[in-house]
Design a protein around this ligand. Structure first.
Ligand code: PCA
Length: 211
């Protein structure tokens, strides 16, 4: 039985909700398989989130790990291509921790590439009528921390892992912020999981950025 681990986050930075956690719950509610889906909502903390993710990977032995977080201000669903070994927080996390220029993993590699088929996922979400774009930075806050931790924990194994940032949900977005309906965000995640499971090698599509 193939198991997929799908995670979102609780609210942070004073927001009342986080569409990543809300969308992951929606996906879990209506998941019909055939894979087993393990859905969890992670704390927005530099220490707690990677630790919880590592525990989930050890407990459920998923073959695909897809972590999801909010990138407020983005207009599209954005699979992340790279996680860096750097925690440099512009705001405190939900524990009040605000690391500056700290490694995610001391002596770990400078970066990891996602081991999910990020270009195929981007293309599939776009083909589903939901705005999608490949991203080359997951930032230096807790989302990057979790993506790096997932790739570090699964490095050298058959487990494939990656991260998707999503925009605000229209239902709960701050005034004037770009957003997508929560249902579209959830559908994008379903497409991402399906594509990740069904696509062993990424598609050689144009997806680079000039800047
Ligand atoms: N977004 C933050 C952390 C939690 C979340 O949903 C980030 O992009 O780092």
């Amino acid at each position: 039985m193939t198991t997929v681990l799908l995670t979102g986050f609780v609210p942070f930075a004073g927001d009342a909700s986080n569409p990543s956690g809300d969308a992951v719950r929606l996906v879990a509610e209506r998941w019909t398989g055939p894979e087993e889906l393990v859905a969890e909502v992670l704390p927005v903390t530099f220490d707690g989130a990677p630790a919880r993710l590592r525990d989930l990977i050890a407990a459920h032995r998923p073959s695909v790990v897809l972590a999801v977080g909010l990138a407020g201000g983005r207009t599209a669903v954005t699979p992340e291509r790279v996680a860096v070994n750097l925690a440099d927080a512009r705001i405190p996390d939900n524990d009040g921790a605000q690391p500056v220029d700290a490694p995610v993993v001391p002596d770990g590699p400078a970066a990891y590439f996602a081991t999910l088929p990020v270009k195929a996922i981007t293309a599939a979400v776009d083909a589903g009528g939901i705005p999608a774009a490949l991203s080359h930075t997951a930032g230096t806050f807790v989302c990057n921390q979790v993506m790096y931790a997932a790739l570090h924990a699964t490095a050298g194994s058959d487990v494939r892992a990656g991260f998707v940032h999503v925009p605000y949900a229209t239902e709960t977005a701050p005034a004037g912020a770009p957003s997508l309906p929560l249902a579209d965000i959830a559908r994008a995640l379903e497409i991402a999981v399906r594509t990740a499971v069904d696509t062993p090698a990424d598609a050689a599509l144009v997806g680079g950025a000039l800047h």
